[in-house]
Design a protein around this ligand. Structure first.
Ligand code: NAP
Length: 252
């Protein structure tokens, strides 16, 4: 039961937030008092997610935004400012994993898509959001445990997630002192995105065995870490990544 109200009076934009981890982050920020702006590629998903959040008493607006579409990114920021007048929190959560090929087998067009959605879109969204970001604002980027040691079936995806660890450090320096930039690196969470792994019994057992806590993550586990980083509880934290992976091996 969440009792904290760390985001009262704050406005939060969360990309790729109509289901899974992004939805859970939007829900958590909203339950803690934020006005949230959710988005994803499909209007019907946006509408359904808005309804679910409103039913929980959350102040929410939904906007269609494919993160690699420049007009839709601008529209997301414009609509947010038109409705709420400012932005305090940006959570960049969208990613694609269109291929299980090895890196050297990955098509040129797929390499571009991975870079565009998983890395470049975060940069371009923040460029659009920058003039609206308040003093004391906060950015949370969603990377992955795969960023630390890209597994064979997720190799190039993993490399884009490694880039986000560096992007977090670099943007934290660029955006200080008014805006903090941090990152969450989730372990495996049984969402649609990871279903090609987590619905396979053998792989699922292996992923669970790799944790110290004996279970896969939940979207709510990720949301709790993202909310901490976005909140004033993390007022002296910037340029950092929290691994939320049940103790799965990642880094020292
Ligand atoms: P998910 O449950 O499959 O949800 C994906 C969400 O993203 C949906 O709302 C989808 O809605 C939206 N979306 C997809 N492509 C988009 C795009 N190009 N632009 C805007 N919205 C888009 O996925 P998830 O597991 O929560 O993944 C969220 C993030 O967590 C990703 O960055 C992923 O890399 C990271 N992550 C996940 C895991 C895991 O095990 N699940 C582990 C580590 C990291 P529409 O279809 O309507 O666009």
């Amino acid at each position: 039961m969440v009792k904290a109200k760390r985001f009262e009076g704050k406005v939060a934009v969360v990309t790729a937030s109509t289901q899974g981890i992004g939805f859970a982050i939007a829900e958590r920020l909203g339950i803690e008092g934020a006005s949230v702006v959710i988005s994803s590629r499909k209007q019907q998903n946006v509408d359904a997610a808005v309804d679910k959040l409103r039913a929980k008493g959350i102040q929410v607006m939904g906007v269609v935004c494919h993160v690699s579409n420049s007009q839709q990114r601008k529209h997301l920021i414009d609509q947010t400012v038109q409705k709420y007048g400012k932005i305090d929190v940006v959570v960049s959560n969208a990613a694609a994993n269109p291929s299980v090929d090895t890196i050297l087998q990955t098509k040129d067009s797929v390499l571009d898509k991975l870079w565009e959605i998983n890395v470049k879109a975060t940069i371009l969204l923040l460029k659009d959001a920058l003039p609206q970001l308040q003093k004391g604002s906060s950015v949370v980027i969603v990377s992955s445990i795969a960023g630390y040691n890209p597994p064979p079936s997720l190799a190039m995806y993993g490399v884009t997630k490694t880039a986000l660890l560096g992007l977090t450090k670099a943007l934290a320096a660029e955006m200080a002192p008014d805006t903090r930039v941090n990152c969450v690196a989730p372990g495996f969470v049984p969402t649609n995105f990871a279903s090609f792994l987590t619905t396979n019994d053998e792989i699922r057992k292996e992923l669970v065995a790799n944790t110290l806590l004996g279970r896969l993550g939940t979207a709510e586990d990720m949301a709790a870490a993202a909310a901490f980083l976005a909140s004033d509880d993390a007022a002296y934290v910037t340029g950092e990544t929290i691994v939320v992976a049940g103790g799965t091996r990642s880094r020292l």
